[in-house]
Design a protein around this ligand. Structure first.
Ligand SMILES: Nc1ncnc2c1ncn2[C@@H]1O[C@H](COP(=O)(O)OP(=O)(O)O)[C@@H](O)[C@H]1O
Ligand SMILES: [Mg+2]
Length: 226
């Protein structure tokens, strides 16, 4: 079985698709040729599918496959032959979000730092927990953060008061991230090493609950099942 990583939020625009591509790109880069795919569950916009087309057009490597799926069930069935399936969720998709989260090893909730963003993120995490998603699987990521360290620290503090995990670091709002995305690249593939490092360490924190030895075991199993 593949690792299933879901990236979800009730709101649009706080970085779900961008974080989903970061996770997929970093797994694809790991030694051992991990077989990774993004399931774009936002069929009405399919922005990650369009991102893949830009990536292929610009010949960026590693190659990352993206497919748009209408049904979570179908994406999960396809995950059986992979090492990692990253589910890029649609906004305002309560039933889909729950179905994705229940099947996931990690549920990533990117959130911006404003109260208007933090509250819906925390509410979603609590709702998922109430519906049986284990607390330790859920991780918040501070995304599109501004230049005020105090604001970011306050947002982190607010999230840490819940019992959910908060990924270390943050993903700042930067033109370079947007430009990279426009060219079909992930957040670790910008022209700026310091930004790439921030994205890399955020990825490492997101997946730290998947221990490397387990990752190897799971990967081997995935290969056998394929
Ligand atoms: N850290 C960032 N810096 C700059 N732009 C960002 C950043 N994260 C996301 N964006 C941009 O913000 C917009 C929304 O991000 P996206 O990942 O598509 O969010 P969602 O999938 O949650 O709607 C996109 O145009 C994306 O390129
Ligand atoms: Mg999206």
């Amino acid at each position: 079985m593949a690792y299933i990583i879901s990236v979800v939020a009730q709101k649009g625009g706080c970085g779900k698709s961008t974080v989903a591509r970061l996770v997929a790109a970093e797994f694809s880069r790991m030694p051992g040729n991990w077989d990774v795919k993004i399931a774009d569950m936002d069929v009405s916009q399919a922005t990650s599918f369009a991102w893949m087309q830009r990536r292929h057009k610009n010949k960026h490597t590693p190659e990352i496959r993206v497919e748009a799926y209408q049904r979570v069930e179908k994406a999960l069935a396809d995950a059986a032959s992979l090492d990692v399936m990253v589910l890029d969720g649609a906004p305002h998709a309560t039933a889909q979000t729950l179905e994705m989260s229940r099947a996931s090893d990690i549920v990533v909730i990117p959130t911006c730092t404003a109260k208007d963003d933090l509250d819906p993120a925390v509410n979603l995490a609590r709702e998922l927990k109430a519906k049986g998603v284990p607390v330790e699987k859920i991780v918040f990521v501070l995304s599109r953060t501004g230049d005020s360290d105090a604001e970011v620290a306050e947002a982190r503090d607010y999230l840490e008061r819940t019992n959910f995990r908060v990924a270390t670091g943050s993903l700042p709002e930067r033109t370079a991230f947007r430009r990279a995305s426009d060219l079909g690249m992930a957040m670790t593939e910008t022209a700026f090493p310091s930004l790439n490092e921030r994205a890399t360490s955020c990825f490492a924190s997101i997946v730290e609950t998947l221990q490397q030895p387990q990752a190897e075991t799971k990967k081997t199993k995935g290969k056998k099942a394929a």
